[in-house]
Design a protein around this ligand. Sequence first.
Ligand SMILES: Cc1ncc(C[n+]2csc(CCOP(=O)(O)OP(=O)(O)O)c2C)c(N)n1
Ligand code: SF4
Ligand SMILES: [Mg+2]
Length: 440
Amino acid sequence: MSELQTYFKPEVKSLPFCPGCGHTTNLSHLDKAMKLINADPKRTVIVTDIGCVGLSDQYFDVHAFHGLHGRSITYATGIKLANPELNVIVLMGDGGCGIGGNHIVNAARRNVGITVMVFNNFNFGMTGGEHSVTTPFGGLTATTHSGNIEAPLDIIGLAQVCGAGYAARMTTFDKELPSIMAEAMTYKGFAILDIWEFCTAYYSPRNDMDKQSMIAISETHNLPFGILTNRTDRTEYTVALKNQEAKTLKSAPDLNQRFDQLLDQKIELVLSGGAGQKIKSTAAILGQAAILSGGFASQKDDYPITVKTGYSSAEVIISPENIDYTGMTAPNAALILSIEGYNKEKSKLVAMKAGSVIFMEESLPEFETEATVIRKPFEAIAKKIDRNSVALVGLGALLAKTKWLSRESVESAIGISQKAAYLEMSLKALKAGWELESQA
Ligand SMILES: Cc1ncc(C[n+]2csc(CCOP(=O)(O)OP(=O)(O)O)c2C)c(N)n1
Ligand code: SF4
Ligand SMILES: [Mg+2]
């Protein structure tokens, strides 16, 4: 790469901006900066915001991403998280800082290792020179004919108070700008550059902008130039995340196969009851038992926002094959434990086809369906053990009948997922359900 003369695409003869536009100068600085760090084009991503600045990415021979106005930092964060090896550069305007300023707050707070370069021309260039969050006091724009009355946003100050690792304010004239850009791109953490420049179509002619007036704005608004922050005391976000995940991964359960695979088809099961009936954890036990038996599992839970009231449902798929689609196509099993669950899932139960099976608490209402319905006194049995164990009683009965999973695999899943305090009760409940159906 060291022989590379430019990162601009070979076919690029000129840039599309108005004559004298600061974006042109800044992109040439960026090209130099990438040369300085010997950037690998395959590992470099330019993410652009909207506005004239948003035209920039397409001229470089590196990866590019262009999305919605103000959201470039969010895309860049996602890209960095997906592949921390990438050098992710955001090019955004002052307009984008207004529309998506909160993303500066959060990226700086998290110290995500991306480099944000704000091409700050003090107005919305692309849409006709309206004022933006950085327009100085008194600035004349299409929307502030008699002078801007709003305080300009101190982009660097904002990033600093949110913990940004590297922050600098420069002008497009600064000879050191390429080396500052290079330093920002190699900084291990969140780096932001506020680069003041000219919109020669709108802001500059309306306000007689030149180099001197930029210095005057800096002084009167107390917005100093230079490298204003270069911290070494923070860990970059993707590194911190990896370290944190390593801690929890150590305690992740061992779900390697240790039981025989008994399933010969994909099962889509609706498990539903009421709040407090341990529907979610029983669904998880079912899924884990399937995985321990060499299969695959997916689980989707559903419950009201007021989580400790009403129904609680889980859609569980267990399969000997990989599950590509985790939605229910046609449930072939259901376990219904309370009136809340019955009411919630009734339409699905009614539509279930011949060959499918519904296990349900015997006191629940009768209804028409092609499925085989098996009614059992789950609630009464659970009451003798623990009224919160009804779902495991039901699961035991269902599996004893269908033989989709071995009892040992479910007991093992209970051992993996249940707290010690619930272990004995859970095993008892499973046994009671299993015996209920195997005796039948
Ligand atoms: C959410 C949203 N609001 C408004 C617009 C319209 N819009 C397109 S470009 C632009 C101004 C861009 O200004 P800036 O980000 O400073 O970039 P510049 O054109 O100055 O380079 C606006 C408001 C938009 N695209 N999306
Ligand atoms: S309108 Fe302004 S920001 Fe857009 S290209 Fe022209 S000078 Fe540059
Ligand atoms: Mg702008």
